[in-house]
Design a protein around this ligand. Structure first.
Ligand code: BG6
Ligand code: MG
Length: 211
């Protein structure tokens, strides 16, 4: 199968910022006395900050106002940004860097499709600020995954049809979004076994054999 472009999710695919999302939400949930674990955390993959908060609050014993929820989301984001500030180019693995370079050298175009509003900052931290030809992220969408909007935006920025692009995802919501948009999807990490994905990656480097 030859794809003209690959659209990568960011958190949990390009870098391990999914772990920082977990730690920041865990700190907030503990402070509020709300049960939160890694199983619940997996439901937050790919969905927006406010939707993630709503999922966490399902286990809350009290109702919160819209103002309180906005403050919680901001508190989490501040905790998360503290962790992001500690990131550097060392947080881009050799495997991801080498694979991205090899794909681009073969003429495969590369883009980002992420629900995160922190995407530009993270790409800068890990030294990929100018690497991707197109970046569609949480700042330019009105629906987060599983809606296909962010991937359709990335494909449009590239001037390509979804059928020409492969999406790489670690979230079930992301696989669903890709398929809904008419993209083939390569699933890894938490979404590895998702049957809607065309490819199942044990490692990021396996993309070399696909594209
Ligand atoms: C996605 C993550 O990439 O971005 C989600 O998988 C997160 O867990 C979402 O909620 C929004 O991120 P941010 O950085 O805008 O809060
Ligand atoms: Mg992800």
């Amino acid at each position: 199968m030859s794809y003209k472009a690959i659209i990568f999710d960011l958190d949990g695919v390009i870098c391990s910022t999914d772990e920082y999302h977990y730690q920041a939400w865990k700190t907030l949930a503990d402070r509020l006395g709300i049960p939160f674990d890694r199983t619940i955390n997996n439901r937050l993959r790919g969905v927006s900050r406010m939707e993630s908060l709503e999922i966490i609050l399902e286990k809350a014993e009290q109702a919160y106002t819209a103002e309180e929820k906005a403050a919680f989301a901001e508190e989490k984001n501040n905790l998360y940004r503290e962790l992001l500030h500690q990131m550097s180019t060392a947080d881009l693995s050799d495997e991801v860097r080498d694979t991205l370079n090899a794909l681009r050298a073969k003429g495969v175009r590369v883009a980002i499709g992420s629900s995160s509003k922190n995407t530009p900052f993270i790409l800068e931290r890990i030294g990929l600020g100018n690497f991707f030809e197109a970046v569609a992220d949480g700042n330019c969408i009105t629906h987060s995954k599983p809606h296909p909007e962010v991937f359709l935006k990335a494909a449009a920025m590239l001037g390509l049809d979804p059928a020409d692009c492969l999406v790489v995802e670690d979230a079930h919501a992301g696989v669903e979004a890709a398929v809904a948009g008419g993209f083939d999807c390569a699933a890894m990490g938490d979404a590895y076994s998702d049957e809607r994905a065309r490819w199942h990656l044990n490692s990021f480097g396996e993309l070399n054999g696909i594209a």
